[in-house]
Design a protein around this ligand. Structure first.
Ligand SMILES: Cc1ncc(COP(=O)(O)O)c(C=O)c1O
Length: 482
């Protein structure tokens, strides 16, 4: 390639020019999300994706590529998570400053992986971690080192990191150095509603999936504490070693919060690590309306929290906080002759990831722009909307609420008149709602029974949107029962 061609392919002015005609379309995806269906998908698109073309041999001009990519994503395969009637998986509508943060971070290409890879980024990331911990009322133990944890790509990696720290702390250096037989006695406790990343982490950590003791949950999704006590006593009698108790602060399906204070006591009695998986909802831990449900979170050894859920960041930002973050260095410290360690904060030696994007910049901006109060207001609005939905469901014949929402997740099922199968009817209503293109809700089966699961994870979703959902569900029910 000639120097001229290199310049042509890396010309920033050409990039700005090519992007300009598409900026309005791009911004409208967030400014006016309701003008598009909640989800779009097409079977031919899926089939085609299984036979990708060869790598393009020659380059193409940028304007045509932008047109094609927007058509592919927005017209053919788009999950419109910004739509106020998207109630599906945790898919927040990103805050404008979150998007700005990603753009700036990518352009400046600073990595908070190590001080020398981005001193400004690292120092701001340390500050951001402290703000997250403070926001949820999770204080470091006296004299604990800073930074208070690590940012990760998401909750799964945060949970994996937490269980690695727990394994190394409880089973000792042999676990890290020898693996294998040093791991065979370790067991970890989590409820039947816990996230799939927990058994997967045990698999990755060499402890094996069977080292997870799955403790039953009650009908609302909270762990049954007596069953936990029984299982732990049995395991200890059998010579096993409780490595960690995992409590849920916001079950993925139902939003349930485990009795964390009791779990903290039980873990302490057995010398086990107490990890709280609050990927979904730990962010509600210190709000006046929800604080009581999270009692005991402050006693956790570690907490997972995903800013890319209820902190309204774009995907790619999870977080693990520790009461004593020194454990991270014990578990993840490494060295290499090509790495010049200078005793400053090197996040590469505090977690499993190496070079990372500076995803936390958007969160730093959001904390500064909204302040604690602004964030709390957005969360309270989501909570009020979910509670309004619960009231509507309770007052509507043919719909049955699973439980009062603790965080903004509300589950309900559709029941027929007289005898009949509510699972089949709920599934059919779900299909009707989804096919309409107006709503996206998911189905969960916390006690084996099908429920519609509605997550209010969008700061523009209001009562009118959940009212529309209830009305559509009622219409679908009537039509299906005719
Ligand atoms: C409770 C809980 N833990 C962990 C995760 C995993 O998070 P991520 O998808 O960011 O890896 C989720 C995701 O929904 C979750 O709800």
């Amino acid at each position: 390639m000639s120097n001229d061609e290199v310049r042509q392919h890396t010309d920033w002015d050409a990039l700005v020019q090519a992007a300009a005609p598409h900026l309005a379309t791009l911004l409208d995806t967030q400014r006016e999300p309701s003008t598009r269906p909640v989800t779009s998908d097409d079977e031919a698109f899926f089939t085609g994706s299984r036979q990708p073309d060869r790598t393009p041999e020659t380059g193409e001009p940028l304007p045509g590529l932008l047109t094609e990519l927007l058509e592919t994503v927005l017209e053919r395969g788009y999950c419109n998570g910004a739509h106020p009637q998207y109630f599906g998986y945790f898919h927040p509508r990103p805050l404008p400053v979150a998007v700005l943060g990603d753009a700036v971070a990518s352009l400046l290409n600073q990595s908070p992986a190590a001080w020398r890879m981005g001193a400004g980024a690292t120092s701001m990331e340390i500050e951001t971690l402290a703000w997250v911990a403070d926001f949820i009322g999770y204080r470091p133990s006296t004299g604990a080192a800073s930074p208070q944890g690590i940012f990760t790509s998401g909750g799964s990696v945060a949970n994996l990191s937490a269980l690695k720290v727990a394994r190394d702390h409880v089973l000792g250096p042999d676990a890290q150095e020898r693996g294998g037989s040093a791991l065979t006695t370790g067991v970890v406790y989590a409820s039947s509603e816990s996230h799939y990343s927990i058994p997967r982490a045990l698999d990755i950590l060499g402890m094996g999936r069977r080292s997870m003791r799955t403790i039953p949950s009650d009908a609302t999704g909270r762990i049954v504490v007596d069953r936990l006590r029984e299982q732990m006593a049995r395991d200890v009698r059998d010579g096993l070693r409780p490595v960690a108790v995992v409590g849920l602060a916001g079950a993925t399906a139902t939003g349930a919060v485990d009795p964390l204070a009791q779990l903290a006591d039980i873990a302490a009695e057995h010398g086990a690590w107490f990890h709280v998986d609050g990927a979904a909802a730990a962010v509600f831990a210190d709000l006046p309306e929800t604080r009581a449900s999270f009692d005991g979170l402050a006693a956790a050894d570690s907490v997972t929290l995903d800013p890319h859920k209820w902190m309204f960041l774009s995907y790619g930002l999870g977080c693990l906080l520790l009461r004593d973050p020194g454990h991270l260095s014990t578990s993840f410290a490494d060295g290499a002759h090509y790495w010049n360690h200078d005793a400053r904060d090197d996040f590469v030696f505090m977690g499993p990831e190496g070079a990372r994007p500076w995803k936390s910049l958007g969160l730093w901006l959001a904390f500064r722009q909204l302040g604690r109060r602004g964030y709390a207001d957005l969360l309270s609005r989501n909570l009020a909307t979910a509670r309004h939905l619960a009231e509507r469901v309770r007052a509507t014949g043919g719909l049955e609420l699973l439980a009062d929402p603790v965080v903004p997740v509300c589950c309900f099922r559709v029941v027929p008149d007289g005898a009949g199968d509510s699972d089949t009817l709920t599934a059919a209503v779900h299909r009707t709602l989804t096919q309409s293109g107006d709503f996206h809700v998911t189905v969960c089966r916390p006690d084996g029974t099908a429920y519609l699961r509605v997550a209010v994870n969008n700061y523009t979703t209001g009562e009118e949107h959940v009212d529309a959902l209830v009305e559509a569900a009622v219409r679908a029910r009537s039509a299906l029962m005719e």
